[in-house]
Ligand binder design. Structure first.
Ligand code: GLU
Length: 506
């Protein structure tokens, strides 16, 4: 049985979902699951001018990728359908009318030009113009018109907006689960527009109507909405509704802590700030995504969970289920959380180590085919993956760390060559070549003991043999155990590479 806890993630489809938005979704999900409640996705698309093609699908794909399964939403109808505000337009008017009738809102006929003029006049005096309790008494609105005159204008179809009549000089005490009690004076607030001249509600209005109708119990959202909280509470009050509880999440900050993490920070420092790759439908500009940059969703989820929350222990690795179990909204920090790109990679490294070799081999096989046009057998890849796994963080790192398993070196690191290839090296290599070509057992263990015994019998330094061997096979002084490399490459390839090195480095 579901508990009465109902939360919603309510993004506006105005572009790709920023990781800050994804964290909001995650915290909502965790809170819902923790309390055996319901996680709702509501698309807030009443501002048609900001609507971006593809953004809604992007949001759904990002949630899916992270495993944040919704209980109700546009593709998952529940008792409160529809879940897209553009499909709920018929609902809002009635509530606006209710507010007007009860004296909590009013019609305003001021044209954009009139208001602009007033704004400029005030600005020229170094003041700012606000549509508020001080000004509304001499502006073009229903508070200053007779009922008949107002009705006449409405009947004539004069453009109007509906504004909230902000109470005068009231002291509000509002509370937030994360921030505690907050005092707000209403004279600092303006008469916000609830309904626009295009007949659509604004965010503030549709948001609270829907939260009420959808029986939302907890509103968990970004800190940028904290300044709107007083208005929202007053709206609930004016409509005679109980307000849900609120929790405003801290910002995700730039790595240096100076300001909000932006798309530009990601571009500048080369890390994604979006879960999935995004192509702007207007400009064609591409923004990087964690998924396409080979991150595992579990790593991204874990990293985001700890960006603003911890469970008071030192534990850093949490599965989604564990997060559900441990998550506590009251332990979310007030202060902004610095984004740490290195730590994000650390999480990825931890998570990729948990992935089995078969899966990694399959992924790398696809990568090799697409990126390098190389067809490689899965058994071979499984062995390469096994050898290199500990060194890698992303699937393409297998190439970075082990390209020589797929193509013979064409050149040799000059510094390493100078160090490893001496006058007598070619002769040593010839002898190793002869020795190895006689072996039928090509296991790592056998090769290791055979070559080591031979080195001892020749009374030459180990490095004098192993370094040029590595250089010949890899082209550089890197890689795992040389005997492992020989065993994997096989006899023919081994001989070919040694000969090429001898010819090139002589
Ligand atoms: N549509 C708002 C946004 O995209 C939702 C804010 C809220 O959760 O109330 O941020």
């Amino acid at each position: 049985m579901k508990n009465s806890v109902r939360v919603r993630f309510a993004p506006s489809p105005t572009g790709p979902l920023h990781i800050g938005g994804l964290r909001t979704a995650l915290y909502n999900y965790l809170f819902a699951k923790k309390h055996n409640g319901t996680f709702v996705l509501r698309i807030e698309d009443t501002d048609q001018s900001r609507y971006v093609e593809g953004a809604e699908q992007y949001i759904k794909d990002a949630l899916d990728w992270c495993g944040l399964t919704i209980d109700e939403g546009p593709n998952k109808p529940g008792d409160f359908s529809p879940y897209k505000q553009s499909e709920r337009q018929h609902i809002y008017k009635e509530y606006a009318k209710k507010l007007i009738d009860s004296g909590h809102a009013y019609y305003a006929f001021d044209s954009a030009e009139d208001l602009d003029k007033l704004r400029k006049e005030r600005e020229s005096k170094g003041e700012t113009f606000t549509y508020n309790s001080q000004n509304r008494t001499h502006l073009n609105n229903s508070l200053n018109l007779s009922d008949d005159e107002c009705q006449k204008r409405l009947d004539e179809g004069q453009p109007y907006v509906v504004r909230f009549k902000m109470p005068m000089a009231k002291q509000l005490l509002i509370s937030d689960i994360i921030r505690g009690n907050i005092q707000v004076r209403t004279d600092a607030l303006d008469d916000k527009i609830l309904f626009k001249s295009d007949g659509l509600p604004t965010y503030h209005f549709s948001n609270i109507v829907d939260d009420h109708l959808m029986k939302i119990t907890h509103v968990i959202r970004g800190e940028e909405w904290l300044p709107s909280l007083a208005l929202h509470i007053l709206l609930y009050d004016a409509l005679g509704w109980n307000a849900p509880e609120f929790a405003h999440l801290p910002l995700i900050l730039k790595p240096n802590g100076k300001g909000k993490l932006s798309k530009r920070d990601g571009e500048k420092h080369g890390f994604p700030v979006f879960p999935l790759k995004w192509k702007d439908p207007k400009t064609g500009q591409i923004s990087a995504g964690y998924r396409e940059d080979y991150y595992l969703p579990e790593a991204v989820v874990n990293m985001l969970a700890l960006l603003g929350w911890n469970d008071s222990s030192d534990q850093e690795i949490f599965s989604l289920n564990e997060l559900v179990d441990k998550f506590d909204l009251t332990r979310v920090h007030k202060a902004g959380a610095k984004f740490d790109p290195e730590k994000t990679q650390w999480f990825q490294h931890q998570y990729i180590q948990k992935v089995d070799e078969e899966t990694l081999a399959n992924q790398f096989q696809k990568w090799l085919k697409i990126e390098k046009g190389i067809d490689s057998k899965i058994e071979y890849l499984r062995q390469v993956v096994g050898l290199l796994k500990e060194r890698i963080t992303f699937v393409p790192d297998f190439w970075e760390e082990g390209y020589y398993f797929f193509e013979a070196p064409q050149e040799f690191n000059p510094k390493a060559s100078k160090k490893a290839w001496k006058d007598d090296t070619s002769e040593i290599i010839s002898n190793v070549k002869t020795l190895v070509s006689k072996q039928d057992n090509f296991s790592k263990q056998h090769l290791q003991s055979t070559i080591k015994n031979w080195i001892q019998s020749q009374e030459i330094g180990f490095g004098k043999v192993m370094q040029p061997l590595r250089l010949s096979l890899v082209g550089d002084m890197k890689g795992p155990d040389v005997f492992e490399i020989i065993a994997l490459l096989g006899k023919d390839e081994f001989i070919k590479r040694l000969e090429f090195a001898q010819n090139t480095l002589k």
